[in-house]
Structures are given as structure tokens and as C-alpha cells.
Design a binder for this molecule. Structure first.
Ligand SMILES: [Zn+2]
Ligand SMILES: [Zn+2]
Length: 258
């Protein structure tokens, strides 16, 4: 059995209820973090896990709400010996190196070593017997990758979008997928008010429509815009205008068994 724990489900502005989006994936003996905003250590502990068990961090892109907690996480492991693996696009990893160097977190006195593993889009990378993944480009930022995750023991597949506008190849990849974890930054009325959002993010209306067309089995939206208090209700209603499959609108710290 594998699980996804939502450490945060909010967009780029955190609220008391929703921190920036990141998830912890447990598969086999592996504990993997996808994206690293602020206080992930506190939240991993709240869920009852030891942050020292996180062996791999997968990054989607270099925007602050997805990466600004990385130096803090590495700093919290300064006394530990061992290694943590960092996966992402070439550009994301170059940025992460600079970010860690600003704080001297790759120097000799730091116990934990960060091993950088850049992912070539389209190529399957085997993390472990339990999990393989394949990165693919999404048109949100030049550093952006979405991920197709293969849970080998469960024989389940997950597509994880990261931040992205509607991207036709992603939905082709997610055809009849077991789980699609996809951003739904806001309801469509918000996109109509700020049309430039269409170039970089996805409305809940579009997400429901495209997911239905792709035959997604279970849709999990996240990365909700902060200042619309009714977002989860509106997001659910808009997705349901088209989408007929299983729908989970997660809260922070919610666990989804896969
Ligand atoms: Zn974001
Ligand atoms: Zn972003």
C-alpha cells in the first residue's frame, strides 16, 4: 500500500488553513517529498514521520512557493551523516545548487550530502523497486517538469502536474490514469478577471473538462488560490460540471491511500 500525504494544498499565498502545495509520498520503504516550500519538517513530524527518512526530494520548478524551504530542510539535517537525493530539471538543479551555496549548505561541515540527479524529460528513471518516474515538460516556467510516477508494487500510476496551464500532452499522458494530482489554482471567474492566469495556471472548470475527456479515474486538485475563501467549494462544483470520476479535494495533512 502506498500513500500520498498533502503537506500543503494552497497556491503561492499561504493561509491559516492551506500552506503552499507539497506532498509526501510513501511507497514501499521510500519516503519522497515532492516540492519543498516552508515548514515541511514540522509537517512531516506532525504526520508521525521522521524527516531523516526522506531519501529523495523531487522538485517541479523554481518558483518560491515550491523551493524556498529547501535550505531550511537541509539545514535541519546538518548533524546527520548520509545523503539526500534531489531530482528535477537541469535548470531547477542549477538553481537549487546556488540556493544551497548561499547558505553554505554544501560545505564540508554539513553532515548530510545532497546528490543532484537531473532528469531528462521523457526518460524513465528508476528510483527503487517500488517507484519509477518520468519527467515531462509543462509550459509554466522554463524550469518546469510534471511527473508520471509508476508505483511498481501497487501497479498504479500517478500524474503529478506541478504548476501548469492546460497542457494537451499532459492529458494525453494521463489517459485513464489511476490518479491525476493537478493544480486548479482558482475557479474560472477568477481567470476571467485576471486573464494572464490562463497562460500559467489551470482553472477548476478546465481541469474538470479535460480530465473527463482523458477518462481520469481519480482526480485530486490542489494549489488553490488563497484569497477566495470559498475556493474548495467552488472548485468542487466547477470540476463536477464535467467530471464524473472519483474526486478528492484534499485538506492540508490529509492522507490519500493509493
Ligand atoms: Zn505555485
Ligand atoms: Zn509556479
Amino acid at each position: 500500500m502506498a500513500e500520498i500525504y498533502f503537506l500543503g494544498t494552497g497556491g503561492w499565498v499561504a493561509t491559516p488553513q492551506r500552506d503552499n502545495t507539497s506532498v509526501l509520498l510513501r511507497a514501499g520503504g521510500l519516503l519522497i517529498l515532492i516540492d519543498c516550500p516552508g515548514s515541511v519538517v514540522a509537517k512531516i513530524r506532525k504526520l508521525g514521520f521522521d524527516p531523516r527518512r526522506v531519501s529523495t526530494i523531487i522538485l517541479t520548478h523554481v518558483h518560491p512557493d515550491h523551493i524556498y524551504g529547501l535550505p531550511s530542510l537541509v539545514h535541519s539535517l546538518i548533524l546527520e551523516e548520509g545523503e539526500i537525493r534531489l531530482l528535477g530539471s537541469e535548470e531547477t538543479l542549477a538553481f537549487a545548487r546556488r540556493l544551497l551555496d548561499l547558505f553554505g549548505l554544501r560545505e564540508k561541515n554539513v553532515g548530510i550530502r545532497v546528490r543532484f540527479q537531473s532528469l531528462r524529460p521523457g526518460r524513465v528513471f528508476r528510483l527503487d523497486d517500488a517507484l519509477s518516474l518520468r519527467g515531462f515538460r509543462v509550459p509554466h516556467h522554463s524550469s518546469s517538469l510534471g511527473y508520471h510516477l509508476y508505483l511498481n508494487e501497487e501497479r498504479k500510476e500517478i500524474v503529478f502536474s506541478g504548476d501548469t496551464p492546460v497542457h494537451r500532452p499532459l492529458f494525453k499522458d494521463a489517459r485513464a490514469i489511476d490518479y491525476l494530482v493537478h493544480e486548479a489554482s482558482a475557479p474560472s471567474r477568477y481567470f476571467k478577471k485576471y486573464p494572464r492566469l490562463y497562460r500559467i495556471h489551470t482553472s477548476s472548470l478546465d481541469l474538470g473538462r479535460w480530465s473527463e475527456e482523458a477518462g481520469v479515474r481519480c482526480l485530486i486538485p490542489c494549489h488553490f488560490l488563497a484569497d477566495v475563501w470559498a475556493v474548495p467549494t467552488d472548485v468542487r462544483a466547477e470540476i463536477r460540471r464535467c467530471f464524473t470520476g472519483r474526486l478528492i479535494v484534499p485538506r492540508d495533512l490529509q492522507c490519500v491511500s493509493l
